[in-house]
Design a protein around this ligand. Structure first.
Ligand SMILES: *Cc1c(COP(=O)(O)O)cnc(C)c1O
Length: 401
């Protein structure tokens, strides 16, 4: 393998994000390929017994086994780290593998976690269902309220865990405030940045310690693979996360890593265009539906905070109709937008969260976080926004709106 300028941190650190997204982390084989090679191999062979011994001992750089390291996966990790402004990154098989790894690698029995109550269903499941089985305590709070973060801290609080914007309520968490508070108390912040990616929001710039992703969403962005990523300091990634990951094995396939590498090349373009489209569609829906939760609109109670910490509003927002029956009628009347619980895709997708993404969350927890029976979440894709507006217009009329 030959190094390119993409593997020299003294150079890649000086590149702007759009350049990093296309080139950072690239290694080339002796063939000189332009696109990153896919190393679809579980193991590696060695010239001598001493070579592999030196690699296992950490005395020599190089591949040993794809659960420990893989060249295609390593290219993706370097690229995501640089784009996030982080020292290091490890990728996982799914976003939930990333969340589980980022949390369990550092938590032990008797630790306490403060978590945002508005969260992706499986993230809430980790906090509500998994943590108690291992003696990990938690408090879930209204994460929009800075005072609740402070009030929830206990002597054994180890981690703050939240997403911003939250899926699907679009609650915004004040990154600067919460990260500063955590720093003062020696608490590690774990931020789920799936709705933004580094193209829109870089939590590390606000002092976040660990950033975790579903790369299935905007990073792949074309509905092809499941993937996850965790970024942070070299110390956290190498000394806390890596021993956990190497021994529990939530690894990403080299093929899927390659697909995400291709996705990152167009991330900036897609996310910016999808944000523009989402704003146009949101402006159309505002006033036409009883409630809209869209951080790009002035009607969002935290619009100014969103504008401060995000470069654009993103592709995803939610809105509310009367009840489940009207929500289903609207979904069933769509002719262009697909009914799908995925997000971040270049296709526009809509779903009813209470019966899909948040089905695993108790009815009480759904009510508390504001996932109502009339709530619908829309991911706005790369189609012409006028076609999306026309589809929504006819579907709203059929649903009686
Ligand atoms: C989708 C999602 C996840 C889980 O990611 P998968 O790749 O589906 O495992 C976690 N957090 C948020 C905010 C998500 O939207």
């Amino acid at each position: 393998m030959k190094r390119t300028t993409g593997t020299d941190r003294s150079i890649t650190r000086t590149w702007r994000p759009a350049t990093q997204a296309v080139r950072a982390g690239t290694w080339r084989s002796e063939q000189g390929e332009t696109s990153e090679a896919i190393f679809m191999t579980s193991g590696f062979t060695f010239d001598s017994a001493a070579t592999v011994a030196a690699r296992f001992a950490g005395e020599e750089q190089g591949m040993t086994y794809s659960r420990l390291q893989n060249p295609t996966v390593a290219m993706l990790e370097e690229r995501i780290a640089l784009m996030d402004g982080a020292e290091a990154c490890r990728v996982q098989a799914t976003g939930m593998a990333a969340m589980t790894t980022a949390l369990l690698c550092q938590l032990s029995q008797g630790d306490h976690v403060v978590a945002a109550r508005a969260a992706f269903g499986s993230c809430r499941w980790l906090v509500d269902q998994l943590f108690p089985r291992f003696g990990i305590e938690s408090t879930t709070i209204d994460a929009r309220d800075n005072a609740q973060w402070e009030a929830a801290i206990r002597p054994n609080t180890k981690v703050f865990f939240f997403e911003t914007p939250a899926n699907p309520t679009m609650d915004i968490v004040d990154l600067q405030f919460v990260c500063d508070l955590a720093r003062r108390h020696g608490i590690t912040t774990v931020v789920d940045n799936a709705f933004c990616t580094s193209a829109l929001q870089r939590p590390i710039e606000f002092g976040a310690d660990v950033v975790a992703y579903s790369a299935t969403k905007l990073m792949d962005g074309q509905g092809r693979v499941l993937a996850g990523a965790v970024t942070g300091s070299a110390d956290f990634i190498n000394n806390v996360l890596l021993p956990f990951q190497r021994n529990t094995g939530p690894n990403l396939s080299p093929f899927n890593a390659w697909v995400v590498l291709k996705g990152l090349e167009t991330l900036d373009l897609r996310v910016k265009r999808q944000s523009e489209n989402a704003l146009k569609v949101g402006q159309f829906l505002e006033g036409r539906v009883p409630k809209i939760n869209h951080p790009g609109l002035a009607s969002h109670p935290q619009h100014e905070l969103a504008a401060k910490q995000m470069d654009a509003c993103g592709s995803i927002f939610s809105f509310e109709v009367e009840d489940r029956a009207q929500a289903f009628a609207l979904l069933d009347a769509l002719t262009l937008i697909d009914i799908s619980n995925n997000i971040g895709d270049s296709r526009s997708l809509m779903c009813h969260n209470a019966s899909t993404t948040h089905y695993s969350v108790s009815a009480e927890a759904r009510a508390e976080m504001g996932v109502t029976d009339g709530m619908l979440r829309l991911n706005v894709g790369l189609e012409d926004p006028q076609d999306l507006i026309e589809d929504l217009d006819q579907a709203l009329r059929q649903a009686g709106l």
